[in-house]
Design a protein around this ligand. Structure first.
Ligand SMILES: *Cc1c(COP(=O)(O)O)cnc(C)c1O
Ligand code: SF4
Length: 471
């Protein structure tokens, strides 16, 4: 009772009309199932994979072992799985490896997290290991560098699109190769399907990038990516970090790496690398400049007790970790999967920052979904937990428009799947279109895209509608 008089003062209250008691809603006890984000996979889960049945914990936590035993060839993968994969699935896998435009590279840790009894539904298998049967035709509007990162690069491997920040592609290799990679124009080995742009970690190229960054007073914030910062040597981390910290214009930097999600072992056992990062972070702190990590978890199954140990270590060193996910069909495209991911990330002190609507990338049309799906999931997620642990759902607008809040389209045609965005900080006059995957459109939309003579009109109509919509 909030209006009770203190019991130590036995005064006589004059009788007066009392306002009716407000009805208080007591929350019912929670369903324990809503707390499963705290139950992280532990134990020696890898031993169920025939190739790793004799591997002890010390070996499995050794990042050099994880790198050396990462799998790039289908025969190696199949040998390691032995009888875990059905005959039909094996044939499908071989076809997938043969036709995929992106090289395959997957760590033992990832292989061990896949449920091989249900490989088609498994969210980790879908992201890293291609099958032939899932391939869909690419969208007609797709081109290889759909984000125009190369067009916006004043020097090779440095994209300066936004006013105060730039993206430095320091190298072109990664600890694993993701099928959905936006940078598949550069990252990974050449495949039967695609010859890649080269972005080697060479001194000359880096020097040109540093010179450019120092020459632009408006630049304050550098994303160091690739490829992946995990594959930078410890002395590379120091060189890049110290060079950037020494520039008076630079206030912030982030090392972008998928590593914590796919090989947390490195943070636990590559002391030189973690110490180099810590040193840059400490130097930055003394200069009042932020140095942090941006990583890339996509599904709650990727967060285990090993990930938690790695994130705890970075947290103890004071290094902020933020997460950027990619929304993928059959991986994390439900409020349940995304909600679990967000809660589990927060549980290990990683801030969910962005969820990207999947870029237009070759050979992964089956992983893309619609802008409608993104905005619907966002509605379910917002309010679940702290606002600073709630990701913003963004579309990286093809053609170099940059990241836009997925909800902020000027126009969205559900029949043709075209959404139109403006991006005043990139180009005040331009309209940028994103394209939903054709196979998820209503029949009328699929029919229009099936006719190449309609393509120009579809885009022109959408932009016209965006221009003429009431303010
Ligand atoms: C994503 C990106 C950045 C960083 O953008 P934030 O919204 O600050 O995370 C910078 N440059 C380019 C080219 C990018 O694609
Ligand atoms: S780690 Fe990043 S850059 Fe490398 S393949 Fe995956 S998405 Fe692409």
């Amino acid at each position: 009772m909030t209006d009770a008089a203190p019991t130590s003062l036995p005064t006589i209250q004059p009788a007066k009309a009392r306002a009716p008691e407000p009805e208080r809603r007591v929350k019912p006890p929670v369903d324990p199932a809503s707390l499963v984000h705290r139950d992280l996979l532990g134990g020696e889960f890898w031993r169920k994979i025939p190739a790793y049945k004799d591997v002890d914990e010390a070996t499995f936590l050794d990042y050099r072992w994880q790198m050396k035993r990462s799998v790039t060839k289908v025969d190696k993968l199949l040998a390691g799985l032995a009888d875990l994969a059905s005959e039909a699935f094996v044939a499908d896998l071989r076809e997938g490896f043969r036709r995929a435009p992106m090289a395959v590279r997957v760590s033992p840790y990832m292989i061990a997290l896949i449920d091989w009894s249900k490989p088609y539904a498994d969210p980790i298998r879908r992201q890293f290991i291609p099958t032939g049967s899932e391939l869909l035709p690419d969208h007609p509007k797709l081109d290889l560098d759909s984000l125009h990162e190369q067009a916006d690069a004043p020097v090779p491997g440095l994209t300066h699109r936004y006013p105060d920040k730039a993206l430095f592609l320091a190298l072109d290799t990664c600890p694993v190769y993701c099928r959905f990679c936006t940078r598949s124009y550069a990252v990974g080995l050449d495949t039967e399907e695609v010859e890649k742009v080269s972005l080697k970690p060479t001194n000359d190229r880096w020097e040109a990038a540093f010179e450019y960054i120092a020459s632009r007073p408006e630049l304050e914030d550098i994303v160091i990516s690739g490829g992946d910062s995990y594959n930078l040597r410890a002395d590379h981390i120091k060189t890049i970090g110290e060079r950037l910290l020494a520039m008076p214009n630079i206030r912030r930097m982030r090392f972008a790496t998928k590593g914590p999600a796919v090989m947390p072992q490195k943070i636990l056992t590559d002391t030189a690398w973690v110490d180099a990062l810590t040193s840059i972070h400490e130097q930055g702190r003394k200069l009042h400049k932020e140095v942090c990590i941006h990583t890339h978890f996509n599904h709650p199954n990727e967060i285990t007790q090993i990930s938690q140990r790695a994130m705890n270590l970075l947290f103890e060193r004071g290094i902020t970790v933020r997460n950027q996910s990619v929304l993928q069909r059959g991986v994390n495209d439900t409020p349940e999967a995304m909600g679990q991911l967000v809660k589990r990330l927060a549980h290990v002190n990683v801030h969910p920052y962005y969820v990207y609507v999947h870029d237009l990338v070759r050979g992964v049309e089956n992983l893309r979904t619609t802008v409608q799906t993104a905005t619907a999931i966002e509605k379910e997620i917002r309010g679940m937990t702290a606002g600073f642990n709630t990701p913003v759902f963004v579309v990286d607008a093809p053609g170099g428009g940059g990241k836009r809040d997925a909800h902020s389209y000027e126009w969205y045609d559900r029949v043709t799947g075209v959404s139109v965005y403006r991006s005043p900080n990139v180009d005040a006059d331009a309209f940028y279109c994103y394209f939903d995957p054709v196979d998820l459109l209503p029949a009328e939309g699929q029919a229009r895209w099936a006719d190449p003579s309609q393509h120009e009109a579809i885009v022109a109509e959408a932009i016209d509608n965006a221009k003429n919509r009431p303010a």
